[in-house]
Design a binder for this molecule. Structure first.
Ligand code: FES
Length: 103
């Protein structure tokens, strides 16, 4: 099934890319831009990104099911997730302040 009509990317291609990223580091944070970069593609209209996020969540969940995880793995992942959200929120705030000043 086609997910990205701009780049003609299927669900299967996205799932395979996510799995190869998880094989490199199973606790890394995967976002649509990272998946597209690994595929040497770029989001154009980015209308597919919400669906890509759903595929990332579903594929990551399936990947981790049945694999042993330690509390340290989970703690490290949660710390990186928190840092990622903080950086995104800060960048979003800065972007809003710049656009507000320009207006
Ligand atoms: S539908 Fe994927 S970038 Fe446009």
């Amino acid at each position: 099934m086609l997910v990205c009509s701009c780049n003609f990317i299927t669900v299967k291609e996205i799932e395979e890319t996510i799995i190869s990223l998880l094989d490199e580091d199973c606790w890394q944070l995967i976002v649509p831009a990272k998946v597209y970069h690994a595929m040497e593609k770029r989001g154009r209209c980015c209308g597919c990104f919400p669906n890509v996020v759903d595929i990332i969540i579903r594929t990551t969940e399936a990947y981790h099911n049945g694999r042993p995880s330690t509390e340290a793995d989970i703690f490290d992942f949660m710390a990186r997730l928190k840092q990622f959200h903080e950086e995104n929120r800060r960048a979003d705030l800065e972007r809003r302040q710049k656009s507000h000043r320009a207006a």
